[in-house]
Design a protein around this ligand. Sequence first.
Ligand SMILES: [Zn+2]
Length: 87
Amino acid sequence: MVAELNVLSTWIPEQMSPGTLFVLENAGEVGETADPFWAVLACPECGTLGLITRRQIVGLLPVICGSETCSAQFFIREGAVEPRKAS
Ligand SMILES: [Zn+2]
């Protein structure tokens, strides 16, 4: 798993390698009001793209990879990836 997030300022799908984050142009305007979608993240383990919310990007909620073949669970902490400890 990639340990550091790489933030893209321009949406370039070819550059969405594992651990790459792209903040949505309409961040905060879609999804739930209490916890809207904020960015697209390429799973640091397998590279599968997924939407993450504001609470996930600030580390309040864990990010769980949406791929059926990947079980990555992690927190985002100040631009770094912190694997979630198995409970
Ligand atoms: Zn994954």
